[in-house]
Design a binder for this molecule. Sequence first.
Ligand code: NAD
Length: 451
Amino acid sequence: EFKAIIQKLIDSPDNQHEPLTNFIANSFEKPEKWMDSVNPATGKPWIKIPDGSAIEVDAAVAAAKEAFKTVMDIPRCVQNFRDFANAALYTLSTSKILEQPAGKCVNYVKHDPVGVAGLISPWNLPLYLLSFKLAPALVAGNTVVCKPSEMTSVTAWVLMHAFKLVGFPVGVVNMIMGEGKTAGQRLVDHPDVHLISFTGSTVIGKKIQEDSAKMNKKVSLEMGGKNPGIVYANYRKSDIATIARSSFLNQGEICLCTSRLFVQKPIFEEFVKSYVEEAEKFTVGNPTTAVQIGAMNSKIHYEKVKKYIEIAKNEGGNIHCGGVKTILNGCEDGYYIAPTVITGLPDSSQCMTDEIFGPVVCITPFETAEEVIERANSTSYGLSATVWSANTDELLNTANELRAGTVWCNTWLARELSMPFGGCKQSGTGREGLHDSLHFYSDAKTVCVNL
Ligand code: NAD
């Protein structure tokens, strides 16, 4: 039945799909209003999704609240559920005896669920990022209302069918689709939502933190980045393809993508040449065909990425390759940008300080480790970084000094779920990962019993 739901989505021609629905108390509910979801590959609407209102958010929160009284894309999504379920067996609960003149007390720690959890996720890697919240929130005993991005809600809607089909208790998992400023904001403001887990942009994350503070909600924020890559002169040349992949995978629309590359002076020219050759190997086109780079997620996002390429040109930057690309056969109105490599910009350029979130990388030379560490740390972000060198001391000394939640040395995007994940500075607050997530989604309570 689950496969049939997915197959129907795949088989129906654009605009002939049944409109999607919210998922409230195990029931797929029609919303008051729908809005178009645009296929970025063609630039045209393909399916209608709910434009969630405060009334619908309230109904979902009420279902989650009621359920809380009685209840406790991707292989990575499955792994999230399995690993959190296993970790829960070993992570929570400790006990200790306290001896005092009046007698012995036994202390134990119980991890209570927090209540109704609001899970707000972004459009990139939509299923993976949602399940990274959903699995620990449920294992810790919370009930949830999910608000996936209005740009990419369809996979979350399919996942809700899985919950329904396996017979999840009514109201434990709910989902409201719609815009951030209405459906998302209502979730943040709702007095019966006790915890907000947000992944998305820094601007929205900071607003959510401010609004949640009014009710002292527990908040976890995974936000934007401007991730540096540091390439020392003795880097392993066989890593060049991985370094390029770290900038361009998924059109550069991964929060962990490298967007500033610092390359040591003696190898700068030679490195740029090899790197451009790698960038030009990426095939760009209709994502339903065998290509490596598809369309930018939306028109707004496409315009934003184009704007940064224009800024680079106006500031005298040297554009080695990339830029806007036209794709034929029905994709003429799609939002395509080829891997773009820029040199010659100062660290103060907006292209070097702002999150672009597209297949655009700026490369700049450096001389010493001390200098590059200071420059790499100079933006307001601190999500991730990469260091490339054949010398272990150089790798570790640099990694130790970088202000980032994750530093990859001679690799990129190798993720181990039990490790803490999150950002420093304006990239985030809190950490996700097996132990960190289970602690975030629960409230530790110490019980002291006089024996
Ligand atoms: P976004 O901030 O625009 O939206 C994220 C989610 O928040 C969406 O579901 C949106 O509808 C909702 N939202 C918007 N306004 C809201 C409001 N006022 N109240 C409540 N919810 C609201 O981000 P995006 O464009 O979807 O995603 C891209 C951003 O996400 C990038 O900045 C990227 O770096 C970041 N990101 C971070 C991580 C990480 O782990 N740190 C992972 C993926 C993406």
